[in-house]
Design a protein around this ligand. Structure first.
Ligand code: 6PG
Length: 446
């Protein structure tokens, strides 16, 4: 008998299986697409003692009770199919763990389906990618406490050490809340990726900096408190060559997304929270894929092609400023979800889990965890002091970008946000007056 079952053995599932096996946890693997001729066990010696199945019944019978079954299939019809299979074949008190990027609302619905059959459920967001999951992922869990207690011991073996010396997994609340925290992680990730990419674009468009120069700036930042996993991989990618060409000279720029950023925006819309940086990050991806419009506009819109010098100190401050606003927006979303849905997601717990194993691991995550009152960010004077110090750099960078017809997605939104959120008098005075005029909407007079 084995200790753990995994359904869906793609790249991430394989990393999970390898990580568990390397840590002495015996696994059963099931994938309906398993090609038994290229047995996964021959590829990875650590999987030698694992059991591989393309028959669900045999797979389920091979796992010791109560069964713990980790599901790693894409959300949608594949996940629905696997959940029905599990409901049919698992016994009461067995634990189904949905470890994919699942929409929190769907996660709740799946929990209800599973509960009705007396199965236990964990909705689990996993960060780290293929390598991170192999070495010690960051795991954000929601669901039954009883199920969490059952898997705790195993998860403490396969995760990383965090900033507060615990392991990189946590229970955040009910089934949907683990997936919610992962969704917020991804929103932060989208913006962090876009900020770095906007900087690369701003520098390369200046006609003054080459990939080498940009990589040098990124590497210098990586030795400072701006260090992050995403910055590190970006400097490597800037220098990567394929057949003698720089990858960035030949790579197609159409950027996909798997939906998590859209879901977070949707939560922002439902809760009335501004996520304008995430919106800009997603917009960049959408624009990148709009081939036809890009071509038409490119042929018709005049742009100045200029050379310009960038003040790297200003750029450093601008980048630091925007990273902070990104986190502030994410924290305020969590805060609002807690208040509106009666949840109790701890932001400091989330930062602790993100501090190692995750794609957004960085010195900033550690600093926010250690030095800021993240669960009450608006009462933390330090953050306002820091933002005041950094803001002139952002204005400097944006001025230069405007003069040279280069847009910097996420940078301009951070400034727009801070200028509005820090004002007691807003343009919405006139909006209210307009609404009142044409729709007799109620207004109040101060
Ligand atoms: C992680 C990542 C991962 C995500 C990919 C792709 O934390 O390991 O967030 O879960 O699926 O990064 O996301 P997009 O396709 O939306 O860019």
């Amino acid at each position: 008998m084995t200790d753990f079952g995994i359904i869906g053995v793609g790249r991430i599932g394989t990393s999970f299986a390898r990580n568990m096996s390397l840590n002495g946890i015996k696994v059963s693997l099931y994938d309906k697409n398993f090609d038994t001729s290229t047995d996964i066990k021959t590829h990875y010696s650590e999987l030698e003692s694992s059991l591989v199945f393309d028959d669900i019944n045999k797979f389920i019978s091979s796992i010791s009770l109560p069964r713990k079954v980790l599901v790693l299939v894409p959300s949608g019809p594949s996940l629905d199919e696997v959940i029905s299979l599990c409901i049919k074949n698992l016994n009461s008190n067995d634990i189904l763990i949905d470890a994919g990027n699942t929409n929190p609302t769907i996660s709740s619905e799946n929990h209800q389906k599973i509960k009705s059959k007396n199965l236990l459920y964990l909705g689990m967001g996993v960060s780290g990618g293929v390598e991170g999951v192999l070495k010690g992922p960051s795991i954000m869990i929601g669901g039954d406490l009883k199920a969490f207690n059952e898997v705790k011991k195993i998860f403490s073996k396969i995760t990383s050490n965090t900033i507060n010396n615990s392991k990189s997994f946590e229970l955040f609340g009910d089934s949907n809340q683990g997936h919610f925290v992962k969704m917020v992680h991804n929103g932060i990730e989208y913006v962090e990726m876009q900020l770095i990419s906007s900087i690369y674009y701003f520098m390369i468009k200046s006609n003054k900096y080459k990939y080498d120069d940009i990589a040098k700036v990124f590497k210098k930042w990586s030795k400072s408190d701006l260090n992050s996993y995403l910055l590190e991989i970006s400097s490597t990618k800037l220098l990567e060559k394929t057949d003698g060409n720089f990858l960035l000279d030949i790579i197609d720029d159409k950027a996909d997304d798997n939906g998590t950023g859209r879901w977070m925006l949707k939560y922002g819309l439902d809760l009335g929270c501004s996520l304008n940086m995430l919106n800009a990050a997603l917009d960049s991806r959408f624009i990148s894929k709009n081939n036809n419009a890009r071509l038409k506009f490119n042929n018709s819109i005049k742009k100045e092609i200029m050379e310009y010098d960038i003040n790297i100190n200003s750029l450093t401050d601008a980048y630091s400023f925007c990273r902070l606003i990104n986190y502030v927006q994410a924290f305020l979303l969590i805060d609002s979800a807690n208040k509106n849905y009666g949840w109790d997601i701890s932001i400091s717990k989330a930062l602790n889990v993100w501090s190692n194993g995750s794609i957004i691991k960085s010195d900033l995550v550690n600093t926010l965890y250690k030095d800021y009152s993240v669960d009450n960010i608006l009462d933390d004077k330090k953050i306002f002091k820091t933002l005041n110090e950094l803001k002139p750099g952002l204005i400097d960078v944006l001025n230069l970008s405007l003069k040279n017809d280069v847009s910097l997605p996420c940078f301009s939104e951070a400034l727009c946000y801070i200028n509005q959120i820090s004002s007691l008098f807003l343009s919405t005075r006139l909006i209210q007056a307009q609404r009142n005029q044409f729709g007799s909407h109620k207004i109040s007079i101060n």
